[in-house]
Design a protein around this ligand. Structure first.
Ligand code: SAM
Length: 295
């Protein structure tokens, strides 16, 4: 069971992006957050990761961003993107070209704060929408559906949310909401990789320390205890969504974490009638192996 209050405070990727990666708008978002939260900042917002674990959010942000930009170039204004549990990530602001619509879904407290911060930083943006609500509730998904044109491709993705904190029942529940939104060719449901999918690393001291810290901060027992290897997890999604799956290699990040990140891959469930997206994703995957994002 997710501790909602605690998990909301886990959206601290933006701190890692600012410290360890050149991501546009990360500094502006952090300054705006500090201004709003004021003296409470150090009490409720701290870096979730141990030093080495910062490699994970940095690598996954850039890897996901490369897919978003690939899809944006492919479909332009026809593309609609839905970011689940968006926290304070600046994915939308880092898109290379204009798309049809970008929808961020979050619990109300984070969603309202993010909307205010973006409008303060960038002004009103006509193709960016914020939906506040619980991803476990049907009502939230009805509102998402209401924003979408299902004749055009829909890219739904989760970064640091579903793979880490949702148990099988919750995954199965959201797959029933996701499936009907994937009718147009080019639609994608993309999941990041997680140590939950890699029991082979659980005995490593760096991994043990980092996982203990994250499960402590998030209040989630699922992340640390509910493990299944990557191939079986892919089969699980295949069974739920009945879509083709393409895996895309992560970019590398902090060198000390190469032993894990070299094995991390996105799981991309997709509808791709002429295989053109699949070919593009496989090319990206090959390029990613040679990219390191870390400062
Ligand atoms: C670890 S953070 C990741 C945030 C962001 N995606 C990132 O990469 O930095 C998990 C986020 O998911 C949100 N979240 C978790 N469960 C949720 C749910 N059931 N409905 C809506 N948002 C949820 C939390 O509020 C939090 O912002």
């Amino acid at each position: 069971m997710i501790d909602k209050e605690k998990i909301q405070k886990t959206s601290s990727t933006i701190l890692d992006l600012n410290d360890h990666a050149d991501v546009k708008y990360s500094e502006e978002i952090i300054n705006a957050l500090k201004n709003r939260i004021g003296e409470m900042w150090p009490k409720i917002w701290s870096k979730m990761s141990s030093d080495n674990f910062s490699a994970f959010p940095v690598a996954r942000f850039h890897t996901n961003q490369s897919i978003l930009n690939f899809m944006a170039k492919e479909f332009g204004e026809r593309l609609q993107i839905v970011e689940l549990g968006a926290g304070f990530t600046p994915h939308f602001l880092n898109l290379d070209c204009r798309i049809g619509k970008y929808i961020e879904v979050e619990f109300k407290e984070n969603s309202d704060l993010k909307r205010d911060i973006i409008s303060e930083t960038k002004g009103e943006i006509d193709n960016l929408k914020f939906i506040s609500g619980d991803l476990a509730e049907e009502e939230t998904w009805k509102r998402i559906e209401g924003e979408l044109n299902l004749d055009n491709p829909v890219l739904i993705f989760s970064e640091g949310v579903v793979s880490q904190y949702f148990d099988d029942d919750l995954k199965s529940k959201i797959s029933n909401f996701i499936k009907p939104l994937m009718s147009a060719n080019g639609s994608i449901f993309m999941l990041d990789d997680t140590l939950r999918n890699h029991p082979e690393f659980q005995d490593n001291e760096i991994i043990k320390e980092g996982m203990n810290k994250i499960s402590g901060v998030s209040g989630s027992s699922v992340y640390k205890n509910d493990l299944r290897n990557f191939e079986l997890e892919n089969l699980f999604w295949k069974k739920l969504l009945n879509m083709d799956i393409v895996n895309v290699d992560y970019m590398l990040s902090k060198p000390e974490m190469d032993f894990v990140l070299e094995n991390f891959k996105l799981t991309i469930n997709l509808k791709d009638e002429d295989s053109s997206i699949t070919r593009g994703l496989k090319e990206l995957s090959l390029q990613n192996k040679n990219i390191r994002v870390w400062k």
